[in-house]
Design a protein around this ligand. Structure first.
Ligand SMILES: [Zn+2]
Length: 420
């Protein structure tokens, strides 16, 4: 009896140790496997669609391979970052967002300083992916933005269930996902660092979610995931990359559908030293690939094959990004905004009226007044007018309806005038 009790205690102890070990090795990582399971439950046709997409990509790479291996033009993807916070710590500063975008551009262009750590045996397949990211400077409605949206939420954390992606469920709704990469930054429940939606999913949930503790590389709370590479990894998924071990823990059957990433039996963790281990007949595991599970400081490459797969996915399934205006500064809108602050009074008018709000209009401003037949009855141009109010005298012009057009730079605004 006593011996039996002791055995139970030993078993219990081992169970606790195993649980602790698993939590440390797997939970603090990408949420793609449980997230994809949930999506497959919601949409039984998804798995078939994803399978078909893999073959379409392979065909696309066969046809366009040489172009994909030597990308002539860099693809710029506009990013909108939705910071959804419940505490001040979760409301991360702009600098942290800027750092994250900088870090993405280093990694995807292979400009990261730690490329020197890429083992010799993998250097020939390491790739500049020809993909860059910008914080959006133009909204889908052609308005100016800094690409950062801040939303307070009552929710203290978000699961891997897309609730972060709608204002109806305590999160923030995405911008047009066909023209922007939506990244949500929040407190993800459990130990997950992030998750992403593969191409081919629902528009309203498309994008990447990253825990606020591991976003960017300034003010980052986590001691090991502190160089912005959770986003590098999750955007890899968003561009249709899989984990390099093929998501089949303990087996060599799975594949990431990329030829130059050696297959592996399991994910790698912590910060191994090359050559770390071998499995699945590889001659050394590519644990430093962004699609493995090591610490941020131990990642350093995407491969040529992964670049081809990402570029194929963009051209096949995310092609609207190629014509997105999200990275293009808004031109002309500031002038329109200045014109929108103009006011006229009185109206209806007797003989004189005033145009107010000229203080922000530096340079040349033109006034034209036309009757309903389009005949010009008044014209005047002022330059660097010193006052905020300009008087126009219409005495001598018969009563009736007129239209005042004010032109500033390449834009204009019209008012309807009634002279009594
Ligand atoms: Zn992942």
């Amino acid at each position: 009896m006593r011996k039996y009790s002791f055995s139970v205690l030993i078993l219990l102890f081992i169970s606790i140790q195993v649980f602790a070990q698993k939590a440390e090795n797997t939970d603090e990582h990408c949420g793609m496997i449980p997230y994809l399971k949930m999506l497959n439950k919601q949409d039984p046709t998804l798995a078939k669609r994803i399978e078909a997409m893999k073959f379409s990509e392979q065909e696309y790479i066969k046809v366009h391979g040489s172009k994909l291996r030597d990308p002539k033009e860099v693809i710029r993807i506009p990013v909108v970052v939705h910071i959804v916070y419940n505490t001040p710590e979760q409301n991360i500063p702009d600098e942290q967002v800027y750092a994250q975008i900088w870090s993405l551009n280093q990694d995807f262009r292979r400009r990261n300083g730690d490329t020197i750590n890429t083992p010799q045996m993998f250097k020939s397949v390491a790739a500049d992916c020809g993909i860059e990211f910008c914080l959006a400077v133009r909204t889908p409605n052609d308005e100016i933005t800094n690409g950062i949206i801040r939303t307070f939420t009552d929710k203290t954390e978000f699961g891997l269930d897309n609730t972060i992606k709608s204002s109806l469920t305590g999160g923030d709704s995405p911008w047009d996902c066909r023209h922007y990469l939506n990244i949500w930054v929040c407190d993800i429940s459990g130990n997950y660092l992030g998750y992403a939606q593969y191409p081919g999913g629902t528009d309203s949930t498309d994008g990447v979610v990253v825990d606020y503790q591991v976003f960017g590389f300034v003010n980052v709370i986590h001691p090991h995931y502190n160089l912005g590479r959770t986003a590098t990894h999750e955007i890899g998924h968003w561009l249709d990359l899989y984990h390099i071990w093929g998501d089949d823990f303990g087996s060599c059957d799975g594949s990431d559908y990329v030829d130059d990433t050696p297959n592996a039996k399991d994910a790698n963790y912590y910060c191994p030293t090359h050559p770390h281990t071998t499995s699945c007949n590889n001659t050394g595991e590519m644990f430093m690939n962004y699609m493995d599970y090591v610490y941020d400081g131990c990642f350093n490459l995407y491969t040529i094959g992964q670049r081809e797969k990402m570029l194929a996915a963009i051209n096949l399934y995310r092609s609207d990004l190629l014509t997105s205006k999200g990275c293009n500064e808004v031109i002309g809108i500031p002038e329109q905004k200045k014109l929108s602050s103009l006011r006229i009074h009185p109206n209806p008018i007797n003989n004189q009226f005033f145009v107010d709000g000229l203080e922000d209009l530096k340079g040349s401003v033109s006034f034209q007044i036309m009757n309903p037949l389009g005949c010009l009855v008044y014209t005047r141009t002022i330059n660097n007018y010193p006052d905020q109010s300009f008087q126009i005298d219409l005495s001598g012009i018969q009563n009736g309806t007129y239209f005042l057009k004010i032109t500033y730079k390449n834009t204009d605004r019209s008012f309807k005038l009634i002279k009594l």
